[in-house]
Design a protein around this ligand. Structure first.
Ligand code: C2E
Ligand code: CA
Ligand code: CA
Length: 568
């Protein structure tokens, strides 16, 4: 390359500047032949000057850019004499590196471009940092899994691919059941370890057929491609439930976890990612509400149910304010004498919008939303008033049982609520019995015992409802200040058909007797059940065999007979 045109005096100076420039400089002619490169160029590209001079500058070209990219550069150079931008160039060791490239045209004679002067600056470090930033932004730092956004990008990419085939894509939401318990019992470190183990299992199971991401604390989102039909999806979900259950933690290999899974299929259920995610989430919550350790695929009926639930929840809020509740009472009878020994108050909701709603439907909802506190308070207050009214009417009133939710039981001021009801209506504590379930006790056994003791101090009796369906750890019973065990209907149903059920009932009866507890059989519908219970020493029964739950007015006739019997 001749530096003619530049004063001879300045030439050594310019040569020196060319040699020491930290930017790689490349000078080419109009045919892209390399005429000169400086040491910084050799340092950057790994080429010796002798290896490139005379060769086409295209030896630096990578296949990262289309020919149109270079045509556009040429066009701008012709128009403005300068171009600058990022270019991926191939260096001697075949690596492709991002560089900031600035090109100036040089016209030796007149307006005709004769040369190009190109400076190159290595951007790979900045680029690596950006790649790392992108990676971190797209990954979950604990598990190394992709995040929701990456899962979404993956979904869009495979949607285009699968449009050509008849295959489907599944959007799957997984939630670990009772993950909070693991964190609380074993510490956050163990919780993290569990999440990493589950992430590892899912990644290995999904392999090349999809992507696993962590969407939040204990929830994962999996996108699976190449799904032929719903049957295949169900089989895969079953495999996931079993696989996660078998995941072992390094330090706590006796701890296992269950999972709930919900899924939606594209294109069957929807093609939009957000809609599919919403549907998978509905299915996940259906699995969770069914007790966990389950899987469920979305269906339009599920969405209808969710809408109904939301409507019911909004109606329930006004129901509490508008007092749309009523009480019915179901008698309990002595199996030996056939006389009424007690009543159970059961709430009914007459909604102007939804009609008569079963407590089996709205109580769980009220529990989830916390509204149960207001419902239970309304029930116990109105039971107190009803007892007062019956007493004022000259009736002999047996103890009336009120069902208490877990929330109400642990609220803190149960004792004062009960004392208020008793004193406002001027009734003795022996008129009230409180029914609680085993779940109430298992949550915090220690505080439960103190609360029960407080109730006993007032003189209110306590029954353990649905006995046998809960944790069935009989050993804790002896520490509890309770009066009655109510044997759950499910055992009574098959009492004279299934040996297993009969054995359980016999065991509960003898256990209760040994602890001095009263035993009540729930849901008695047939004479055969009455005979069996009587023969095996059960104290009381409750069920349609004698009476369905009745409104207060209808029950008064029964109570009048009870009054007469009590007087005899
Ligand atoms: P539970 O406490 O086990 O109440 C017994 C349920 O079994 C009642 O249903 C009753 O009507 C029904 N039942 C009684 N005898 C028979 C029978 O022979 N056959 C059949 N098939 N069923 C029988 P209900 O009134 O629908 O109440 C369902 C559940 O709702 C109750 O179960 C209780 O857990 C809850 N619940 C009802 N009222 C209240 C309340 O005031 N407060 C709270 N927290 N929960 C309530
Ligand atoms: Ca009950
Ligand atoms: Ca029950």
């Amino acid at each position: 390359m001749s530096l003619s045109g530049i004063s001879q005096f300045k030439l050594p100076l310019l040569e020196k500047a060319f040699a020491v420039s930290p930017s790689a400089i490349l000078i080419t002619n109009i045919d892209d032949a390399i005429l000169a490169v400086n040491p910084a160029f050799c340092h950057l590209t790994g080429y010796q000057q002798s290896e490139v001079v005379g060769k086409s500058s295209q030896l630096l070209r990578s296949d990262k850019h289309e020919p149109a990219f270079f045509s556009a550069i040429k066009r701008q150079l012709t128009e403005s004499g300068c171009w600058s931008g990022e270019v991926w160039n191939r260096v001697k060791d075949a690596n492709v590196i991002p560089m900031t490239e600035t090109i100036y045209t040089f016209c030796e004679h007149g307006n005709q471009i004769s040369h190009f002067i190109t400076t190159l600056v290595d951007k790979s470090e900045a680029h690596d940092a950006q790649v790392l930033i992108n990676y971190l932004a797209s990954r979950d730092s604990l598990t190394g899994l992709a995040n929701r956004l990456s899962a979404q990008s993956y979904f869009h990419a495979v949607t285009c691919e699968q449009e050509q085939t008849l295959q489907k894509i599944a959007v799957i939401c997984l939630g670990l059941d009772r993950f909070k318990d693991v964190n609380d019992a074993l510490g956050r470190g163990a919780g993290d370890q569990l999440l990493i183990s589950v992430a590892g299992y899912l990644t290995q199971m999904v392999a090349d057929n999809g992507i696993v991401s962590r969407s939040s604390g204990d929830e994962f989102l999996v996108i699976l491609r190449n799904i032929s039909d719903c049957m295949q999806l169900l089989a895969l979900m079953q495999q996931m439930v079993a696989g996660i259950n078998a995941v072992q933690m390094v330090e706590h290999n006796n701890v296992s976890v269950t999972t709930s899974i919900g899924a939606a299929l594209s294109p069957d259920d929807a093609v939009n990612f957000d809609t599919l995610l919403k549907y998978a989430d509905i299915a996940l919550h259906t699995s969770k509400n069914a007790g966990g350790n389950q899987y469920c695929v979305f269906s339009p009926e599920l969405e209808t149910k969710v809408q109904q639930r939301l409507q019911m929840e909004s109606c329930l809020r006004t129901a509490v304010q508008q007092e749309e509740f009523a009480l019915v009472y179901q008698p309990k009878l002595c199996l030996q004498t056939g006389k009424i020994t007690g009543l159970e108050a059961l709430v009914r909701w007459h909604s102007p919008v939804l009609g008569l709603v079963s407590p089996a439907d709205f109580i769980p909802l009220a529990e989830r939303s916390g509204l149960i506190l207001l419902v239970d308070e309304w029930v116990v207050t109105n039971v107190g008033r009803q007892i007062r009214q019956w007493l004022d009417n000259g009736l002999t009133v047996p103890a009336v049982s009120v069902n208490l939710s877990t929330l109400q039981f642990h609220r803190g001021d149960l004792q004062s609520l009960i004392l208020n009801v008793l004193s406002e209506n001027n009734i003795a504590a022996s008129y009230l019995d409180l029914e609680i379930t085993e779940g109430v006790l298992m949550e915090t056994m220690h505080s439960a015992v103190a609360i029960l003791q407080g109730l006993r101090d007032i003189g209110v009796s306590v029954s353990l409802d649905d006995f046998g369906t809960g944790y069935s750890s009989l050993s804790y019973l002896k520490n509890l200040p309770i009066n009655t065990l109510k044997i759950d209907k499910s055992f009574i149903d098959d009492i004279y058909q299934t040996t297993g059920e009969a054995v359980i009932v016999q065991a509960i009866i003898s256990l209760g007797q040994s602890m001095g507890l009263k035993l009540v059989a729930e849901g008695v519908e047939y004479q055969r059940q009455v005979d069996y219970l009587k023969k095996n020493g059960c104290d009381e029964m409750q069920g349609y065999f004698f009476s369905k739950p009745l409104p207060a007015t209808e029950l008064e006739k029964m109570l009048a007979d009870y009054t007469l019997a009590a007087e005899c």
